[in-house]
Ligand binder design. Structure first.
Ligand SMILES: Cc1ncc(COP(=O)(O)O)c(C=O)c1O
Length: 288
């Protein structure tokens, strides 16, 4: 924070920072697994695009950012970590409401790895609800710029809990599936994988699934996925830095297939973990 490494509990931003007051902030979240960053360059590139789209300046180039992230992990000593980098609009001169006059604030931190669903739960599968809450349209807030506009996603979560679900996916105005709180969505029908093409953050784990399918010769399409198609899918799974490939076994309370995590989902999940542990897309952390 502000050029210093501090214990996470001491990391603070001023209450007047527009990152807090206006959700005027972008960030990225990469993970370290067994002492190795996964797809660090891809996360840095996405973060760079997000910062540029918001007309911000972190004051650090990609190499310096990379070194800061390494140092956060080294200082934490964590072998499995969630590592975030972010940039807020920051604070401006007294009384100013002109974002061009603000000094942006860069931050980065490492915390223990976070799971959307623990591995034990992944073997059972998740209960997904298709929320009645609509995702903020991409014309209003660009979902490709990773952001804190989670009002719709959090409403979606409460909507899901009320209806007996564990997590939610939000649809757009036309009823097409977008994404959920921290994940992208995939479905399998007749051996073919599809995932929403628009209205989403282009997840790095989503990209990983696309690559895994290409390598394994599994047909995959980035397209429109209507909520009804998701309800009628053979298999559904989620993808996220926070947990990898997460099987879904019910949609809106109805079981998919035989009610167990699907075979194609489990094959991709197995590939994801085994290839990662073998160093695929990895950057080793040099611990002290
Ligand atoms: C809204 C949203 N969609 C999708 C994702 C998944 O992206 P990634 O695979 O890069 O973690 C995230 C990750 O936090 C997210 O916040």
């Amino acid at each position: 924070m502000d050029g210093k490494y501090v214990p996470i509990a001491e990391a603070r931003i001023p209450i007047t920072d527009w990152g807090f007051l206006r959700s005027d902030v972008t960030y990225d979240a990469v993970h370290v697994w067994r002492g190795s960053f996964f797809r660090l360059e891809d996360h840095l590139a996405r973060f760079g695009r997000s910062v540029a789209a918001l007309r911000m300046d972190t004051g650090h180039g990609p190499e310096a950012t990379k070194e800061i992230l390494h140092e956060c992990v080294r200082l934490s000593g964590l072998r499995d970590a969630l590592v975030e980098m972010g940039c807020t609009r920051g604070t401006g001169p007294p009384g100013s409401r002109d974002p061009r006059e603000f000094t942006n604030r860069f931050f980065a931190f490492a915390v223990p790895f976070v799971w959307i669903a623990k591995p034990e739960k992944q073997l059972e599968g998740l209960h997904l609800t298709i929320s009645t809450v609509r995702r903020i349209p991409p014309e209003s807030v660009d979902p490709k710029v990773k952001n804190f506009h989670w009002g719709d996603l959090i409403r979606g979560l409460y909507d899901a809990y009320q209806r007996g679900g564990e997590t939610a996916v939000l649809v757009d105005q036309a009823g097409n599936v977008t994404e959920g709180p921290g994940f992208n969505v995939f479905m399998v029908r007749g051996g073919r994988v599809s995932t929403p093409a628009r209205g989403i953050l282009e997840g790095i784990t989503r990209l990983t699934v696309i690559e895994l399918c290409a390598e394994a010769g599994i047909p995959l399409e980035e397209t429109l996925v209507h909520a009804d198609a998701l309800r009628g899918a053979d298999e559904v799974f989620l993808s996220s830095t926070a947990g990898g490939i997460l099987p879904v076994t019910t949609v809106d309370g109805k079981s998919l297939g035989d009610g167990a995590p699907g075979p194609l989902t489990m094959r991709l999940r197995e590939l994801y973990w085994s290839k990662k542990e073998a160093g695929w897309h990895g950057t080793l952390v040099e611990y002290h």
